[in-house]
Write a protein that binds this ligand. Structure first.
Ligand SMILES: [Zn+2]
Length: 323
């Protein structure tokens, strides 16, 4: 929409995401290519986010949740010999940094918080054993939040950006992995089919992306795999996980003004084989040239951390059924 005035012009853009002063777009005025006028250049990008310092959010006080035992597990994805996505930023490093900050916010609010790792290490050199041990830390706790940075396929590195929050939903209830519950924690296990998914990251389109095609379930023989045993009250756990995912995404977007790639369901190990409501947060794309830089920005990491923590706190206050 353009309206003409003798000395000015008004241009109105309708954008698929919110924009505001300092985020969502950049406008610059340059000299005209010819003559005396000026040239207005407006860049729109999903990676223009709020990187200003986060104002002091004050302390969070539980009202409805005040009598409950509140305990959370925060899982910094990857670690040790597994760096995760390595691009503009290294995933294992940024996931640890944000996880520590999330834990600090939660502890300040009185939530007993366990980190699955405190430094650049894994719980086991073998991936499945590592993930099994991480999930085991959630037993008896209220929730599990795994924190990751994403990687886009080569053709999408300039276009895919923004956070995604995953839970394990009924539409993903397919046989993909042998169930880990019978595996002794100290005992190494042999990776089997689809181990690429165990890292918690997907390099292929997921539900909601253009071009998404469900994995071909006939590409391996289900009969060769043990049958999974049901997890605790799985329908209820799915519902609470989705609620937790929505809370976290809502506050994450609020604190960062990031592009919303959506709350989605997926078959990630740590959200599927968990005993408590569990989500996996992809903070953004380490492969995006601008978002990758955002993920190195201290103010932005604070905003991500606060958004995730606040979403968890709101879940514990409003939705958590625990006693
Ligand atoms: Zn990851």
């Amino acid at each position: 929409v353009q309206e003409q005035y003798p000395d000015k012009a008004q241009i109105i853009f309708f954008t698929p995401q919110g924009v505001g002063p300092g985020w969502g777009y950049r406008a610059q005025v340059f000299p005209a290519l010819e003559g005396d006028g000026s040239r207005l250049v407006i860049d729109l990008s999903c990676a223009f986010v709020n990187t200003s310092p986060l104002p002091d959010p004050g302390s969070f006080t539980f009202v409805k949740g005040s009598g409950k035992k509140l305990a959370a597990v925060i899982d910094p994805g990857h670690g040790g010999s597994d760096p995760g996505a390595t691009a503009v930023v290294v995933e294992k490093a940024v996931s640890l940094e944000v996880s520590k900050r999330v834990a600090n916010y939660l502890q300040a609010a009185g939530v007993q918080t366990t980190l699955t790792r405190q430094d650049d290490s894994a719980l086991s050199a073998e991936k499945r054993s590592d993930l099994t041990q991480r999930v085991a830390l959630a037993e008896g706790k209220g929730l599990y939040v795994s924190i990751h940075a994403n990687a886009a396929p080569a053709s999408k590195i300039n276009s895919w950006c923004g956070p995604e929050v995953y839970y394990y939903g009924p539409e993903n209830a397919r046989v993909l992995y042998p169930v880990p519950s019978s595996v002794a924690l100290s005992q190494p296990v042999t990776p089997t089919v689809a181990d690429y998914d165990l890292t918690g990251d997907m390099l292929r389109p997921t539900s909601g992306d253009p071009g998404y095609t469900p994995p071909d379930e006939n590409s391996f023989q289900p009969s060769s795999l043990p049958t999974p045993t049901p997890q605790m009250d799985s329908a209820r756990r799915m519902e609470l996980s989705r609620t937790l995912a929505s809370r976290v995404m809502s506050y994450l977007l609020g604190s960062t003004a990031a592009f919303n790639r959506g709350v989605r369901s997926a078959d990630y190990y740590v959200v599927r084989y968990n005993t408590v409501p569990a989500i996996l947060v992809e903070m953004g794309y380490a492969t995006h040239p601008l978002e990758g830089l955002n993920l190195r920005d201290d103010n932005y990491l604070t905003r991500i951390s606060y958004g995730i923590a606040r979403g968890i706190l709101e879940y514990l206050e409003n939705d958590y059924p625990g006693g």
